[in-house]
Write a protein that binds this ligand. Structure first.
Ligand code: 13P
Length: 249
């Protein structure tokens, strides 16, 4: 059985006061809740790990530098993230790829650095609206998989999140058929490169405008093992129903 995972990406939102959502979330979760990880902004990581201690919720960062340490003013290393008690890090989010011009090979190095620090990497991929409309989605995804995933990926150190860029923060969501097609494609590509033992066990997340009212439909896709949620992860009252829908899927 593949594990299910609900990941919340707070992006550049929240202050220490927002961490009360962790306890609120815990109180709203069913006993059979899937794995849950919250990725707050970096300055909150330490306190988030403390606040999450009794909740069963894991904490992750939103990015790490590709180098282990050095003269990189303002950047954060994977080891620093692990030192806070966090256990996950998102790498290759489209907002990083766009605003910080991160390329596939940067993402690949970041994943490797994350693993070296003992973190699980949530590697993000996804096509632009232009590529979606030109029917290039599968080609783009194949290229990103080939370029962004290190060759020695295992089923335990990686989660892959498919986030169509045009669905992020827009309220637009692909049809269930489109989600099924892309996730099936990702799983089949992983099987070719890493073998079915690895491919069958890696959690694949869908991300992009996941909300309480569409989560159950999205989780019907066999190769969707959870979600990477932005806006709806900020409030426990919004994130909890998504997690419950995943538990029931
Ligand atoms: P939204 O859920 O706000 O669309 O954001 C998705 C996302 O980018 C998560 O990483």
């Amino acid at each position: 059985m593949r594990r299910k995972l609900a990941a919340g990406n707070w992006k550049m939102n929240g202050t220490a006061a927002s961490l009360r959502e962790l306890n609120a979330l815990k109180s709203l979760l069913p006993a059979d809740a899937p794995d849950v990880v919250i990725c707050p902004p970096a300055p909150l990581l330490f306190r988030a790990c403390e606040a999450a201690r009794e909740t069963g919720i894991s904490i992750g960062a939103q990015d790490c530098h590709m180098q282990e340490s050095g003269a990189f003013t303002g950047d954060i290393s994977a080891a620093m993230i692990a030192d806070t008690g966090a256990t996950y890090v998102i790498v290759g989010h489209s907002e990083r790829r766009e605003a910080h011009e991160e390329r596939d090979r940067d993402v690949r190095k970041k994943a490797q650095t994350a693993w070296n620090a003992g973190l699980t990497a949530i590697i993000c991929i996804g096509e632009t609206l232009e590529d979606h409309e030109a029917n290039n989605t599968l080609d783009i995804i194949a290229g990103q998989l080939a370029g962004s995933l290190p060759g020695d990926m295992t089923a335990t150190n990686t989660v892959i999140a498919y986030e169509p860029i045009w669905a992020i923060g827009t309220g637009k969501v692909p049809t269930l058929e489109q989600i099924v097609e892309v996730h099936d494609f990702i799983r089949s590509k992983l099987a070719v490169r890493y073998g079915t033992d690895v491919a069958d066990m890696i959690p694949l997340l869908y991300g992009g405008s996941v909300k309480p009212d569409n989560a159950a439909t999205i989780f019907r896709a066999e190769n969707v093992d959870g979600a990477l949620v932005g806006g709806a992860s900020l409030k426990a009252a919004d994130f909890a129903p998504i997690i419950r829908a995943l538990a029931q899927s």
